[in-house]
Design a protein around this ligand. Structure first.
Ligand SMILES: CC(C)(COP(=O)(O)OP(=O)(O)OC[C@H]1O[C@@H](n2cnc3c(N)ncnc32)[C@H](O)[C@@H]1OP(=O)(O)O)[C@@H](O)C(=O)NCCC(=O)NCCS
Length: 170
């Protein structure tokens, strides 16, 4: 993600979340936060407005945190969210992380299902975490990312993902 992407990210953000980050917060993540790594996905790189997915992580030594992930509503259910999560997991591992955590709305069963598929489990609840409606957040966590077991689970899921995109190219 570069500063030029912020406008398209904000468009997906507004369609995806009840409250949006201000563009300035994202701009400062990109320019000032050395722990932050943000990525975007497009179907056609030549069309900058055709962004379908974005996501980000912080990596702090062995710990990492998925800060955000969202797919354009017209493109959900087509594996873009999963592809982005796989990318974020690889980025976290390559940058030295052994653990990864995130928060999700208690009601967000779709996101939780995606995270569970990749080995995340719920470790705690943050009461009234979301200010717009007072909803609880579940804190999810996956560990030992650099271990053989996790790496082989990731490789297996990634092979399935690749197979599906070969069978159903977009
Ligand atoms: C959550 C989100 C990123 C998932 O991305 P997506 O591209 O729609 O999902 P994918 O097609 O990659 O599906 C991957 C997995 O997600 C889960 N999933 C996706 N759609 C689902 C649905 N309608 N019902 C239940 N689970 C679903 C499944 O686990 C699925 O894997 P499976 O098909 O093998 O079971 C996307 O729905 C989104 O942007 N939501 C709004 C923003 C948001 O909630 N972000 C997460 C904040 S914590």
């Amino acid at each position: 993600m570069t500063p030029n992407d912020i406008r398209s990210v904000m468009r997906i953000e507004a369609l995806s979340f009840a409250t949006s980050w201000p563009p300035s917060a994202l701009a400062s993540e990109l320019s000032d936060n050395k722990l932050a790594h943000y990525f975007v996905g497009r179907i056609d790189d030549a069309l900058p407005d055709e962004m379908v997915v974005y996501g980000g992580i912080w990596v702090i030594l062995e710990d990492s945190h998925v800060t955000t992930i969202a797919v354009h509503p017209d493109r959900r259910g087509q594996r873009y969210g999963e592809e982005m999560l796989v990318h974020l997991l690889h980025q976290a591992i390559e940058r030295g992380a052994s653990w990864i955590t995130l928060e999700a709305r208690e009601s967000n069963v779709i996101a939780q299902s995606l995270y569970r598929k990749y080995g995340f489990t719920i470790v705690s609840t943050r009461r009234a975490y979301y200010s717009d409606n007072g909803e609880n957040a579940v804190v999810m966590w996956a560990g030992n990312l650099r271990g053989d077991l996790y790496r082989s689970r990731l490789a297996h899921l990634e092979a399935q993902l690749l197979q599906r995109s070969v069978n159903h190219p977009d």
